[in-house]
Design a protein around this ligand. Structure first.
Ligand code: PMT
Length: 400
């Protein structure tokens, strides 16, 4: 984790206020000090005890509490970041007008911290010219607007106006404070695992969930990069702000990578690739009666996409591979990595151990990055997001 931030979460009065609890929880679990400022209307939807238990701090509501310590300005002055979720049409209008008739309005006006709002309201209210105008005013002042998403609203209606998912609000909010050291850079990331069809219903594949690759895409985008994510059968969603190219098989992946890699500054191959594919793909479901008790599968080798990228890279382009190894001994694993980077000729290689319960599908990872001479560049351990950030520290240094 980076620096522990003082984050004010403003909660305003909409049905989606209950989802603010998950925003607060996610920020606390990410190691930040979260102070909730709730409007009176918000407390009709979600209770103070819940907000206090989850934020681990006293919830502030009234302008007239803590007057001796000048709380109406102190909270905003101390904040590194203000996140308002949900932000109702009423609060958005008040923010646009600069009103300070409640504690949240005072907190925002008294703060120099970046402000992120996550609007939630019915579609008609979101599309009303008054709201459209208020949002434009806030954006012109540098406020970051996350969402709203399109989907089911409180009643039976659906459309734009649904609060963005808490994980996306957290991601977008924290991204505001990231140094934009990949601004103007184009980065291609591959994620997930390729599948090779046997027939219309079966495939050969691997257990990659795509978590590590998506975390890399999120980290690069937060640092200002223009990111393309080539996604092979992901089990996790990529943020809507990232350009995603879906693929299924290794040959599809190879074609998509070749196309997208042409003008990027760096390629990171976190995708787990099927080295072989069935020589023949049945047009119809294979029947046990026809196949019998033993099956012999003829497999043909897939192209080595990483090696191909390294061979055709243009000057200055950085090619980074991953190595998934089951070898338990660290030194032996490093030797496998050194042989792999020599074979594939990438600039950097990120080694991680995989097995029945590590690497694939987990939320944590432990990596060692080596360079083309086999020297250790860095090591990192923690959430896949933390690991992704450390990888980009090294990538930024190389690109510079
Ligand atoms: O998705 P998760 O569940 O979060 O899991 C993450 C991960 C463990 C899958 C990921 O961190 C990882 O290790 N990805 C690489 C998996 C892999 O295919 O490793 P490998 O050692 O078999 O291949 C080495 C490198 O060559 C990889 O960059 C791979 O993308 C590339 N390759 C492999 C074969 C092939 N035919 N073409 C390739 O480009």
């Amino acid at each position: 984790m980076g620096r522990r931030l003082n984050i004010v979460v403003g909660v305003t009065g909409g049905i989606a206020a209950y989802k603010a609890v998950n925003v607060i929880r996610g920020l606390v679990l990410a190691g930040h000090d979260v102070h909730v400022v709730a409007t009176d209307a918000a407390l009709r939807f979600v209770g103070t005890p819940t907000l206090e238990a989850i934020s681990r701090n006293t919830v502030h509501t009234s302008l007239y509490e803590g007057v001796a310590e000048v709380r109406h300005v102190a909270i905003g002055q101390a904040a590194d970041l203000i996140v308002i979720a949900p932000a109702t049409a009423n609060t958005i209008a008040k923010l646009a007008a600069g009103l300070a008739d409640d504690l949240l309005g005072n907190t925002v006006l008294a703060s120099r911290a970046p402000v992120v709002i996550a609007p939630a309201m019915h579609t008609e209210m979101w599309q009303h010219p008054a709201t459209v105008n208020n949002i434009a005013v806030l954006v012109s002042r540098g406020v970051t607007v996350v969402g709203p998403a399109v989907g089911q609203l409180t009643g039976t209606d659906s459309g734009p106006g649904r609060l963005e998912e808490p994980e996306e609000i957290i991601r977008a909010a924290l991204a505001v404070l990231q140094p934009k050291d990949l601004d103007g850079r184009r980065i291609l990331i591959t994620a997930g695992g390729t599948r090779e069809a046997l027939d219309p219903v079966r495939y050969l594949g691997n257990r990659s969930s795509g978590k590590q690759g998506v975390a890399l895409a999120v980290a690069a985008a937060a640092r200002g990069a223009d990111v393309t994510l080539i996604a092979a059968n992901l089990e996790v969603a990529a943020p809507s702000s990232i350009r995603v190219v879906p693929v299924i098989s290794t040959l599809e992946l190879a074609a998509a990578v070749q196309d997208a890699a042409r003008d990027v500054d760096a390629v990171i191959m976190a995708v787990a690739v099927a080295d072989y594919r069935p020589e023949f793909v049945a047009d119809e479901k294979l029947k046990k009666e026809a196949v019998g008790d033993r099956v012999m599968l003829a497999l043909v080798k897939n192209p080595d996409i990483l090696a191909g990228l390294a061979e055709t890279r243009r000057p200055g382009q950085l090619i980074i591979g991953f190595a998934a190894e089951t070898e338990p001994d660290r030194d032996a694993m490093l030797e496998l990595g050194r042989a792999k980077i020599a074979r594939k000729n990438s600039d950097l290689l990120v080694l991680n151990r995989v097995g029945w319960s590590e690497g694939f599908g987990t939320d944590q990872n432990t990596i060692v990055m080596i360079d083309s001479l086999g020297a250790i560049v860095m090591e990192a351990s923690g959430s896949k997001q933390t690991v992704a950030d450390r990888i980009f520290d090294a990538v930024v240094a190389r690109l510079a």
